[in-house]
Design a protein around this ligand. Structure first.
Ligand code: EPU
Length: 337
């Protein structure tokens, strides 16, 4: 147990706040001990995974627990499918690379997403035409009230766009310990419908892509416009892409004829990056916080010295100006602590 411990290395924004207490756990028993300790000493608890989806706006007056449970196991389901289970502290991209090395298909479109396996179900991570709900089978969680283990199957997780039971009614009640995915061994479902992947594969001169090729294409696209948190602090997309009623979208189209939208029934998903760029924020910096010059949806710690509060206030200014210009209220995707 450490005291007055800097959480800077544990959040990809690189924000420097202290936690009153800090501990790292490698096993379920260590995790249970840490939780019991927090209960006995009436400490609030902050669980840290890969730290890639949080913004720490103040010092934390409790016990921060870094989850470092490691290990990957697998079990054949049938000739073509394998169940692969990774513990929560495994790095997501390393897990994707492990599956590609074994030629297991299903995770390739989710290459290079920052963070750990354990947080992937929280917001149903997704990119380039795949969400984890497409390959998710179950996860084991620790119930924080009685310290018992519980299994959540696909239907229990209530996955939606960047959403799950763990962000709604289950919020703050469970710690995810491991996640199991159903991957293919031979007959892979190659997903290249997402426009940018098609273009990238064409540029690479590939007409009949393997899962490894798709992964390479995704990695190229991400590297070309998303900042690497190791070089410049960020948490990926800061906001969700808003979904608005078709009627509202049609009204907006009268005024802003180039507005992009992806219809789904009587709703339309509008790219937040476009809305933010139209308000003049792309590449703009205030103090130490900025909107990324290549992808307006990403807020960066431009100087490495930004406080969480500064980044939060910057995001509020973006929300206000998008609301004023388009009448759309952006919702933060990043967890604010
Ligand atoms: N756009 C702009 N200006 C910008 C950025 C985007 O006009 O500065 C417009 C363009 O029209 C572009 C469209 O937005 O065609 C979509 O952009 P992009 O393909 O980059 O995707 P996104 O909607 O901005 C989402 C996810 C990303 C994910 C990509 C690819 C959310 C909140 N974000 O971004 O996820 O990698 O799609 O699938 O849904 C993350 O969650 O951290 C993340 C990076």
């Amino acid at each position: 147990m450490q005291e007055n411990f800097s959480l800077r290395p544990f959040n990809t924004f690189g924000v420097d706040v202290n936690s009153k207490y800090f501990t790292e756990v490698l096993t379920i028993d260590e995790l249970k001990d840490a939780i019991r300790y927090s209960k006995e000493h009436h400490l609030s608890v902050l669980f840290l995974g890969g730290g890639s989806n949080i913004l720490l706006t103040r010092d934390f007056d409790g016990l921060a627990i870094k989850l470092s449970l490691k290990g990957i196991s697998e079990e054949d389901i049938n000739e073509n499918e394998v169940l692969v289970t990774a513990k929560s502290g495994e790095n997501w991209h390393e897990f994707v690379l492990y599956s590609l090395e074994k030629n297991y298909g299903g995770l390739e479109n989710l290459s290079l997403i920052p963070g750990n396996v354990g947080t992937s179900p929280m917001q149903n991570i997704g990119a380039y035409g795949t969400e984890i709900k497409d390959i998710f089978v179950s996860c084991t969680v620790l119930d924080l009230e009685n310290l018992e283990l519980k299994t959540f199957n696909l239907k229990d997780c209530h996955f939606g766009y960047r959403d799950s039971v763990f962000k709604q009614e289950g919020k703050g009640k469970y710690v995810i310990l491991d996640v199991s995915f159903k991957l293919t061994k031979k007959n892979h479902h190659i997903k290249t419908e997402y426009g940018a992947i098609k273009t990238e594969l064409e540029n690479m001169g590939i007409t009949d892509p393997t899962i490894q090729d798709v992964s390479k294409a995704v990695i190229h696209i991400r590297q070309s416009k998303l900042p690497d948190p190791k070089e410049i602090g960020n948490a990926g997309s800061f906001f969700k892409n808003p979904t608005i009623p078709l009627t509202q979208f049609e009204d907006l189209k009268q005024k802003f004829e180039n507005i992009p939208g992806y219809p789904n029934g009587d709703m339309v998903k509008v790219p937040a990056g476009w809305l933010i760029e139209q308000c003049g924020w792309k590449g703009k910096q205030i103090g130490n916080a900025a909107s990324h010059k290549l992808q307006a949806l990403v807020i960066v710690n431009a100087t490495g010295k930004a406080t969480g509060k500064e980044i939060f206030d910057f995001s509020t200014e973006i929300i206000d100006s998008v609301k004023e210009k388009f009448g759309i209220e952006l919702e933060r995707e990043v967890n604010i602590i």
